[in-house]
Design a protein around this ligand. Sequence first.
Ligand code: SAH
Length: 250
Amino acid sequence: MNHPSRAASTAIILVEPSHPGNIGAVARTMSNMGASDLRLVRPANHLEPASLERATPKAEPLLQQARVFDNLEAAIADLERVYATTARERSRHDRVISLPSIMDDWPASPCRCGLVFGRESSGLKNQELDLCSRLVRIPTFGEVASLNLSHAVMVMLYEINRMEAEGPGTDLQPDPPAPVEAIHGLLDHLKESITLTGFLRPHQEVEIMQRFANFFAKANPTNLEVRMWRGVFHRIDLKLSRQVSESEEA
Ligand code: SAH
């Protein structure tokens, strides 16, 4: 089968993969499933023989074209919806989706979506999970919950392609979901404004900003909605700076 699949518009992001063989196996999986956008955050050498061998010649171009990033934030900046995959139960339960239900959550196409996979040894860090819109867990039925990296990629891609075969989402959104970069900008602006108002105290900063990140990830705002919130914060900033300068003049 060679028709373009939903996987074709989905980026696969691997965070610090440490085994070149695994990176090659992921490339092969992607070529099986119709995905081609491979992004690597501080990877082991993905062009060494162990990786190329596992990729097989057909998937080699995918490895050659893989983009390498210094951090996850940069790797996902242009994407509109980013799913982090995790083998572990996490405390952020309200954002964890179990795999079959991803079908109800996947945005109507076209959407630049991404699937993020963690380190073989330790998965993804909490700060990295916070950068993503949703968390997804692949249910397992044996004693070991964590899959090999390339197997996890395979199951995810299989599932999103299957979803397409069964009917793509039809909730047409004239205003597309805002890219992750815009949400990060919004959070930075929010942090500045609520610091100015005195709401955000330094000792609570991490916890409160995590809650806001969680909130905006669940809301999945559109571009227009992000601009609206930025407008609100801008007004707050203006009012506060005017008050400050008036009190300085007084
Ligand atoms: N030991 C790690 C697991 C690493 S497996 C841990 O405890 O987190 C490497 C990556 O494959 C994980 O970070 C995750 O992205 C993906 N993965 C493995 N098993 C998974 C599962 N059951 N559900 C979702 N993702 C999984």
